[in-house]
Design a protein around this ligand. Structure first.
Ligand code: ZN
Length: 213
């Protein structure tokens, strides 16, 4: 299965062509201002892409998914929207969730105690995890050098050991890393200046040498 992943387009069309694949994953922040009109625009972008399966989660900018969930979902006709939900595609289990540690006064903020409870909902058999926030310690370093990923999410990921963890949010930490069990990928298309200049990342799963169970 070929997976193409990107996030943080913030209303812009990525400069680079989005590679073809079986499953397209978008890990949050399709909008800049969280409006329904921006969701419509993003949906049009998705509609122009050939991937047979498209999975989308929201990010901290996508306020309308927190305040008007049904209206927002209704506008995302070209993808499956995941909010603390699992979808199985060709035997591979994907789970998507938009929550993150409190970040300014934006959407899907949770205090740490609530985050732990939220991540405990991730099914242990999850193969591919999609969140907006990075876990602590993996592609979560800001320009100023501090790591701002979610510690509670790291605990959950170390326990669940998904083959692949896709996220965005910290634009400047774009790229991938691994710990021997899980491949971590920050797929932010926009850089710190909101210029959509990065290429989406492509993964072939299952990864050689990594078995889930
Ligand atoms: Zn962003």
């Amino acid at each position: 299965m070929k997976i193409v992943a990107f996030s943080d387009t913030h209303g812009f069309r990525p400069w680079h062509k989005i590679p073809e694949g079986d499953v397209l994953i978008f890990a949050g922040d399709m909008t800049m201002h969280g409006s329904l009109d921006e969701v419509v625009k993003f949906n049009e972008l998705l509609g122009s892409l050939p991937h047979p399966c498209k999975l989308v989660i929201a990010g901290n900018h996508d306020t309308c998914f927190e305040t008007r969930l049904n209206d927002s979902r209704a506008r995302l006709t070209n993808a499956v929207y995941l909010q603390d939900e699992t979808i199985m595609i060709q035997g591979v289990k994907f789970y998507g969730s938009p929550w993150q540690p409190v970040f300014r006064n934006m959407a899907f903020n949770l205090p740490r105690k609530s985050l732990r409870a939220q991540w405990e909902r991730i099914p242990p058999e999850t193969d591919i995890l999609i969140t907006h926030t990075p876990p602590y310690g993996y592609n979560d370093r800001t320009l100023f050098g501090s790591r701002v990923g979610c510690r509670e999410l790291l605990e959950a990921v170390e326990h669940i050991q998904p083959a692949l963890h896709i996220f965005g949010h910290i634009h400047e930490a774009f790229g991938q890393s691994a710990n021997g069990r899980t491949v971590f990928a920050n797929v932010s298309v926009c850089n710190l200046l909101y210029i959509p200049m990065r290429r989406p990342l492509v993964f072939e799963v299952p990864f050689e040498g990594i078995t889930k169970r």
